[in-house]
Design a binder for this molecule. Structure first.
Ligand code: G3P
Ligand code: CA
Length: 265
């Protein structure tokens, strides 16, 4: 969190609280796939760099392997981010481990990530449905977090799938959840559906190019935080996001975000 210069772990206490009463001047710096502009995304190098650069959270996209292991990868195939080819869901963890995810790094499983960082960091983890719309990872994810004794206050779970957010909430209403929204859903936002989201989530995640000050205000007035994400256009939108006083930003380069945010204080 930049404004207060507070240590990493204090960040979680802000989520879902200060935004609701309009007093949150502090920004959550969420390292999008780690410091993915600087190091290969979703590798330990990217997460380590993000933490070194002052990120409050490391963001992790989850995928499930053929042998039901949760791993950190954004795409449904390994093609873009490794030297391999194929669908993640058709590969075992052992097969994935033979691939180079960049700079000689391997694709980390969630288990390995939790083993490496334990409760020393904050996690911002994204769930996804399977291609045929099944919920496939919520229970496994919660079990892993539990097994590694990661305190709930150090975890935000996010999804574009409302069914997944609902399932997570049903599994444990104390979880900190963020509903990611697609273009059509953002266009339909009003006080009624924001109030519905607010019953289970602390915030919504919205593409920066869709946000304006009045929308940010509407969301915050309805008790939700706004976490902005980019589509490879971080430098185009960051200053505007800071002016709108969003509550969190997914950044590919936390050092850049921290720097620009400090200048605007
Ligand atoms: O999770 C927020 C942001 O990461 C959503 O976009 O496609 O990068 O997962 P994506
Ligand atoms: Ca994501």
């Amino acid at each position: 969190m930049l404004a207060a210069g507070v240590l990493l772990l204090a960040g979680c206490t802000l989520v879902g609280t200060e935004a609701a009463n309009g007093t949150n001047n502090e920004l959550l710096v969420i390292a999008h796939r780690g410091a993915s502009a600087v190091e290969p995304e979703h590798t330990f190098r990217a997460y380590d760099q993000a933490l070194e650069d002052g990120a409050d959270y490391i963001e992790i996209d989850l995928r499930k392997t053929a042998d039901n292991e949760l791993i950190a990868m954004h795409d449904d195939t390994v093609d873009r981010t490794t030297d391999g080819k194929g669908l993640v869901e058709n590969m075992t963890l052992m097969e994935l481990k033979t691939l180079d995810a960049g700079e000689g790094q391997s694709v980390p499983s969630l288990e390995e990530i939790l083993e490496r960082y334990g409760d020393s960091v904050n996690y911002y983890i994204e769930t996804r449905e399977s291609d045929d719309g099944e919920l496939i990872m919520e229970e496994d994810l919660l079990q892993l977090l539990e097994r590694h004794r990661i305190p709930k206050r150090q975890v935000i779970l996010q999804s574009f799938s409302e069914a997944s957010v609902n399932a997570l909430h049903d599994l444990n209403p104390a979880l900190t959840l963020v509903q990611l929204l697609k273009k059509k859903e953002v266009e339909q936002l009003d006080a009624d559906n924001l109030q519905d989201f607010q019953k289970k989530a602390v915030g919504v995640g919205i593409y920066a190019g869709m946000l304006d000050k009045s929308l940010v205000d509407l969301i915050q007035m309805n008790g939700l935080e706004v976490h902005a994400y980019y589509r490879g256009d971080e430098r185009e939108w960051t200053e505007e996001m800071l002016r709108y006083n969003v509550d969190g930003i997914f950044s590919d380069d936390p050092a850049y975000l921290a720097n620009i945010a400090e200048k605007q204080e």
